[in-house]
Design a protein around this ligand. Structure first.
Ligand code: ADP
Length: 190
């Protein structure tokens, strides 16, 4: 089993890389953003999620942790996971560690996509033209970025302490970034 986390600020290309990785290595791709968006039409819960997403804030841990745990437990018999957009704060990371432990599996590596804020914001604005996502606008993006810096980026220290971080240049063309990721996976799959 190979378990990975794809990490990086909004607009880093996490979803794109996660899809390619999942396909090639037959991993289960768990995107927290997608899982939340699937709930948007779900009455009161959907309304609550949309409120947080549109403000560029994190959805409460009590909601997202349960959802991710359920989705992962459903696929525990698979070849492994690529977590995308999760964890996003220390509490989520600790909960994921517990999940791994309780199933006697371990984290392979955190793939940290690095890129400048200017490039990332430019990409999201571009995506907003076709994504139909109400949170792909400049005001919300600024807030998502702030949340990334204050709540999510500290996880780099958390995983560095576990010696689990590999940096990947997120400004490379898609398949060049993927080629770098393949060499990382080749090492941990041995
Ligand atoms: P991006 O990474 O481009 O910002 P996502 O689709 O991953 O986009 O996330 C969109 C929004 O969904 C976030 O701004 C947040 O409101 C919510 N969200 C996604 N993942 C999480 C998470 N792990 N914890 C809390 N909220 C989340």
């Amino acid at each position: 089993m190979i378990n990975l986390i794809i990490f990086g600020p909004p607009g880093a290309g996490k979803g794109t890389q996660a899809q390619i990785i999942a396909k090639k290595y037959k991993l289960t791709h768990l995107s927290s953003g997608d899982i939340l968006r699937q709930e948007l039409k779900n009455g009161e819960l959907g309304k609550k999620i949309k409120k947080y997403q549109d403000a560029g804030q994190l959805v409460p841990d009590s909601i997202i942790i349960a959802m991710m745990e359920k989705a992962a437990t459903n696929k525990i018999k698979g070849r492994g996971f690529i977590f995308d957009g999760y964890p996003r704060n220390i509490r989520q990371a600790k909960s994921l560690d517990k999940f791994f432990k309780s199933h006697k599996i371990s984290l392979g590596q955190v793939l940290n996509l690095r890129l400048s804020e200017v490039v990332a914001i430019r990409r999201i604005i571009l995506r907003g033209k076709t994504s139909g996502r109400s949170d792909d606008n400049l005001k919300t993006i600024k807030s998502r970025y702030k949340v990334y810096r204050t709540q999510t980026a500290p996880l780099l220290e958390y995983y560095r302490a576990q010696k689990k971080i590999t940096n990947i240049d997120g400004q490379l063309p898609i398949m060049e970034a993927f080629a770098k990721i393949e060499t990382v996976i080749a090492k941990i799959a041995k």
